[in-house]
Design a protein around this ligand. Structure first.
Ligand code: GAR
Length: 192
């Protein structure tokens, strides 16, 4: 039997494709992984990431409540029931309320497709190109009450080249995201 003692219990919130979830699952399956993914929650029943969770036999569910309070109330109950140590947001396109963050009272991490503090929110690749930035990248940060504003744990940057479009940049940055989320978790667990 695989030894899981000491591994942190992770829940992942998703809204869609789930490629970052996949990178976290891959890491969690490695021998030296510091985490175990115990739960995946989506706010969208059509999220492809849910199939991925099922494929790897990870407990997963959709909380489709449009009402934010209802969503957060149900999510909190399930997180507590599963004794989750850390919540990772991976393409979760909802903003968590300060009440949720306070009540959960454990660390929440998020991956964001820009070099924070630049370009919080949506359309980050479009903004980087429009502003003729030389670099863009991805950041993993701690979630606080303000959107995309908590302490950055890890960033990686890449050069923007002349022929880049928001689509091509998105593709390149997604690759970086898949490398840095697990590294950020390791850094967070070992040196923060
Ligand atoms: C990723 O690029 C992630 O950084 C971004 O959504 C995408 C989800 O892809 N998240 C945000 O913009 C959050 N503000 P995935 O579902 O394949 O992981």
């Amino acid at each position: 039997m695989e030894k899981l003692i000491g591994r942190k219990k992770i829940a992942v919130f998703i809204s869609g494709r789930g490629s970052n979830l996949k990178s976290l699952i891959n890491y969690s399956k490695t021998k030296k992984s510091l985490i175990e993914i115990v739960l995946v929650i989506s706010n969208n029943e059509l999220a492809k990431g849910l199939n991925l969770a099922s494929k790897y036999k990870i407990n997963n569910l959709t909380i489709s409540a449009k009402n934010k309070k209802k969503f957060e109330f149900s999510a909190l109950r399930i997180l507590k029931k599963n004794k989750v140590d850390i919540l990772c947001l991976a393409g979760f396109m909802r903003i968590l309320s300060p009440t949720f963050i306070k009540k959960f009272s454990k660390p929440i991490l998020n991956i964001h497709p820009s070099l924070l503090p630049k370009y919080k929110g949506l359309n980050t690749h479009y903004k980087a190109i429009k502003n003729k930035d030389k670099f863009s990248g991805a950041s993993v940060h701690i979630v606080n009450e303000k959107l995309d504003s908590g302490k950055v744990i890890l960033q990686k940057k890449i050069k923007i080249i002349k022929k880049d479009t928001p689509k091509s940049l998105e593709k390149k940055i997604l690759k970086i995201e898949h490398q840095i989320y697990k590294k950020a978790i390791i850094k967070f667990l070992t040196s923060f």
